[in-house]
Write a protein that binds this ligand. Structure first.
Ligand code: 4GW
Ligand code: MN
Length: 341
């Protein structure tokens, strides 16, 4: 066998020929593209790349946009009626602070019975994060005026304490807030402030909450339902209640722990909710989530001009927290034995 290698010579030169052609091809390729290989990657601004990125953005947005059932609509930055949904990064606080340099802002809080324990931590955290540098009045309604400890307050911040009687049933307490609002917005706040923010007392500010939340009528998306389908919202579904919302209606499920607006808008809102509560009571019914149900009903037919993302109402027990960059206003966990009626 080893004596026949000379016979294979033509085959060998054939292979060498192919190899040389192949190497020449590779070298040609390298010479043509070598400069491209060592150049820093340029930002691709060709028309094709721009088209591609528009296409991608379109696809991404398609995932977010309302697919007919409301899913993920809350992650958007505009509602279908073009009201802004406030997320971190959607506003420039310096511009807004300048626009609001003479705006007067009120914070309305209700604290009766054992809930008085939540008042001081809320106000102290407000002094750290709420409307810093602006004119603020805290309107506190309590049955324990004498027990209130005042926080150290910045210049331009004032605390008004108002006496209120605690209801017999806890369900009536939160509804009572609406009634107080109808009276106070008209008789006092209309002359004292421009915007009113209404909040639960079992909360603490945990990050910046400023003038970006001001608007004619403002409501906050409930942190439990921000990814839910519309059909899963816990609206009042019994037609007999004045808070009834038929299936297919409604946009978001809002939480009653934070809403606000111009004083006359809150007057109108509280009048409507109070009327609904009174009418239901006459029929001996109570909406499934008390005043929150009435608030949601009002906001379906009177669209808020600004919507706050769950950054503005968060509870560390809830899921999907990774989607919420800033947790600005937190629910305080309650030991029910210590706060129950
Ligand atoms: C059960 O025993 C209670 S007591 C449920 C509410 C209670 C309550 C509520 C209270 O004893 N005193 C009080 O001032 N409130 C006010 O109503 C307070 O401003 C509170 O933030 C608001 C709504 O009640 P909540 O915070 O317990 O409601 P959720 O659990 O929906 O945040
Ligand atoms: Mn609460």
């Amino acid at each position: 066998m080893h004596g026949n290698w000379k016979n294979m010579l033509p085959l060998r030169s054939y292979f060498i020929g192919i190899l040389v052609v192949f190497m020449l091809f590779i070298m040609g390729f390298c010479i043509k593209y070598i400069d491209l290989m060592f150049q820093p990657k340029p930002t691709d601004c060709s028309l094709k790349a721009v088209e591609k990125s528009i296409e991608l953005a379109h696809c991404e947005r398609k995932l977010l946009i309302n697919t007919g059932n409301g899913r993920k609509m809350a992650l958007n930055v505009l509602t279908p009626w073009l009201a802004p949904i406030i997320w971190d990064g959607t506003f420039d606080i310096n511009i807004l602070d300048n626009q609001h340099n003479s705006t007067r802002i009120g914070l309305f809080v209700f604290a009766v019975k054992k809930y008085i324990r939540f008042l001081l931590p809320l106000l102290e955290s407000a002094e750290r994060y709420f409307m810093i540098g602006h004119n603020v009045t805290y309107y506190v309604f309590t049955d324990k005026v004498k027990e209130v400890v005042k926080p150290k307050m910045a210049d331009g911040h004032t605390l008004q304490l108002h006496d209120v009687v605690a209801d017999e049933r806890w369900q009536d307490v939160s509804m009572r807030r609406m009634e107080i609002l109808t009276v106070f917005t008209k008789e006092h706040m209309a002359n004292e402030i421009d915007y009113l923010v209404c909040a639960d007392v079992d909360m603490v500010f945990n990050d910046h909450v400023g003038v970006e939340i001001l608007g004619d009528l403002v409501a906050t998306i409930h942190p439990v339902f921000f990814l839910s389908e519309k059909g899963a919202f816990p609206y009042e579904r019994r037609p007999i209640s004045t808070a009834y919302i038929p299936h297919g209606h409604g946009d978001f499920y809002y939480m009653a722990a934070l809403y606000g607006g111009k004083v006359d808008e809150i007057y109108k809102l509280s009048m409507a909710c109070r009327k609904g509560i009174v009418e239901d009571k006459k029929k001996n019914i109570e909406a499934v989530w008390q005043e929150e149900s009435h608030l949601n009903r009002y906001l379906v037919y009177n669209k808020p001009t600004k919507v706050l993302s769950p950054e503005y109402l968060w509870d560390s027990r809830f899921g999907n927290g990774q989607l919420i960059k800033k947790k600005r206003f937190l629910v305080v966990s309650k030991n029910n034995d210590k706060v129950r009626y």
